[in-house]
Design a protein around this ligand. Sequence first.
Ligand code: C2E
Ligand code: CA
Ligand code: CA
Ligand code: CA
Length: 279
Amino acid sequence: AKRDGRSIFRYYSEDLTRAANTRLALESRLRRALDEGGFRMHYQPLVCLRTGRILGAEALVRLAVTNGPPVGPGEFIPVMEDNGMIVELGRWVQREVCRQGKAWLDAGYQFDLLAVNLSPEEVRRGGVVEQLRDVLAETGFPPERFEIEITESGLMQRGEDAVEFMHQLKSLGIRLAIDDFGTGYSSLSYLKRFPVNKLKIDRSFIMALPQDQSDAQLTTTIIELARNLGLRVLAEGVETAEQQRFLAARGCDVYQGYLCSPPVPPERFEQAFLASPRA
Ligand code: C2E
Ligand code: CA
Ligand code: CA
Ligand code: CA
């Protein structure tokens, strides 16, 4: 029995050691990527459900695959939130997207907006408003074409502060969207007081459309809620023409999803989705 206990302990601790090593390896890879320019932005088209026009893109960060297995943001963002690297990453993301967007505008490409994600942890650590003001000024990217996506749960944690924070962001002249809408604990009274422009319906509600009755009902309700509040509404993760038709018929404004395109590198986005300067 004694020997069993010891060997169980040994296996358990080997597992822990392995997990800690993997985590350390990932953290040093992320550190290196920040120092050596190892992050890339990909762009996923936002499609008008009424006209089919490409309105712009959501920018999503990628870790370049140099000497390591592919790791997605769903895996590395939480690590960077944990160790504080998210602040530096966020600064890079905002600057890179504004730089790229300005270059596209200067080249004569047309689009309405580029959206970036803001982690609640970046917000908690502070300085976001000043940083964004600097980035917009330095790059010359027009604020009215810049959208910030914040998750509902990230906002609700901050209660009354969140209302104040959103107003500060808004005063920069940018647009605000609530990300993953429907998955957090939204308080409708807060929603009314947030100076937001758009709700993004979480992919989990869209996936089983149109067959799933309760998802169909919930989605319809969210679209109506948004319209009643005078907000734009976007559906995430649209993969089929059936989903697109369902959403369009209910008055949803915009969709995003594999039906149009996955997130793609900037050269590809420009070539496939941005109106030609000479058009
Ligand atoms: P999110 O903001 O909800 O982004 C949408 C995610 O859904 C993206 O995953 C996108 O590739 C994926 N997606 C889009 N359309 C479809 C579809 O039709 N089907 C399916 N199955 N998936 C679809 P991605 O790029 O892996 O990003 C995951 C999450 O990581 C994001 O979720 C966001 O929370 C976070 N993230 C990504 N980039 C950044 C960033 O630059 N900053 C911060 N703070 N977070 C980011
Ligand atoms: Ca998002
Ligand atoms: Ca989302
Ligand atoms: Ca999400």
